[in-house]
Design a protein around this ligand. Structure first.
Ligand code: SF4
Length: 336
């Protein structure tokens, strides 16, 4: 669940903004000393975990993080997301909920994403800390105790069943966009049995989508290899009827196609038999939400999409969202 980091800012806890393959223009917030996590994943871009813990603490002063966010966001930068990620597991900071609540109150124009390893949500206070985020991306790399242990190397007190139950409880409470991320490690979590377990767990959790990730730079361990396109296609088929996407590949030097026809076609293709709100669509397509919203409105006015009333697809109490589908498509719930 790490996200690429870079810092051009005179701040201690903010990094970027980076152009993220998944989140567009994203301002990172890193609440933890390098590298503090409840897992020690074999694919981690940050390297080995130095503090393996499940105990939340005030790792860095909550007020100082809030002050940096106020200073930066007060300049009204153009961002897709303020993203809690970085060099560890953000839910380990006991001020996360306070910081997100403050952000939403003082800077309501900015969307908040939390990239989390998903291991601590059995605890009600950890679930409460992320409920105000607009986008949650919890990981679920190993859907059996064996693959969880091999890929994610958890802190010893973490029980696999608690992780699944925690994600189910979180999904039941959370009203924003919920995308489960699965890092595919060939030879470990790609067997028929593993994918069947993942499918079963995901159907119980009920994410809006599953995003498949894979190694795209040299790993730490030679046995962690890159999943092929064929493997991801096979897994996608086996996870039906869940909606499954891939993290766009890093393509050094490649120019991402942004012309109107390309974006419009991508939106219509994604909505072929589904409904999505514009935040989820932008995340899954890897485009700026403003760009996606512009084309969605245009497609609506042309009668090529139709809007689905919130009450039909969103749980009571959800924030208002523009949920659309293709005119011929089935009005399925985004969380179906
Ligand atoms: S959850 Fe895994 S990938 Fe994310 S920071 Fe911890 S060890 Fe790294």
């Amino acid at each position: 669940m790490t996200e690429q980091t870079a810092s051009a800012l005179p701040y201690q806890y903010l990094f970027g903004p980076v152009f993220s393959r998944r989140l567009g223009r994203s301002l990172g917030v890193d609440l933890l000393p390098y590298k503090t996590c409840s897992l020690d994943c074999v694919y981690c871009e940050c390297g080995a975990t130095t503090e393996l813990t499940t105990t939340p603490r005030t790792f860095v002063p909550t007020d100082d993080v809030i002050a940096e966010l106020d200073d930066y966001l007060g300049r009204k930068p153009d961002l897709d997301f303020v993203t809690f990620a970085g060099s560890g597991e953000p839910t380990l900071h006991d001020g996360l909920g306070t910081i997100i609540a403050d952000l939403k109150r003082k800077h309501p124009d900015y969307k908040v994403a939390v990239l989390t390893n998903g291991t601590l949500f059995r605890r009600p206070e950890i679930r409460a800390s992320v409920l105000q985020a607009d986008l949650l991306v919890p990981s679920l790399d190993g859907a059996t105790p064996e693959s969880f242990r091999i890929i994610d190397r958890p802190e010893p007190s973490i029980a696999f069943d608690d992780v699944i139950e925690g994600l189910i409880a979180l999904r039941a409470q959370y009203r924003g966009t919920f995308v489960l991320e699965v890092f595919v490690v060939p030879g470990v979590n790609d067997s028929d049995h593993e994918i069947a377990s993942l499918r079963e767990a995901a159907l119980r959790i009920g994410p809006e989508a599953i995003q498949l990730n894979r190694l795209d730079r040299p790993g730490i361990f030679p046995w962690v290899t890159q999943a092929s396109d064929e493997l991801l296609a096979r897994i996608r088929g086996q996870l039906s009827p869940l909606t499954v996407f891939e993290v766009p590949r890093r393509q050094p030097g490649a120019v991402r196609r942004m012309d109107d026809d390309h974006v419009r076609n991508a939106i219509v293709a994604r909505l072929a038999d589904r409904s999505f709100d514009t935040t989820t669509l932008a995340f899954l397509l890897g485009y700026h939400e403003g760009l996606v919203a512009k084309h969605v409105r245009q497609l609506l006015s042309e009668g090529k999409l139709r809007r689905i009333p919130d009450a039909e697809v969103l749980p009571e109490g959800s924030p208002k969202r523009l949920v659309v589908t293709t005119a011929a498509g089935l009005p399925r719930s985004p969380s179906a």
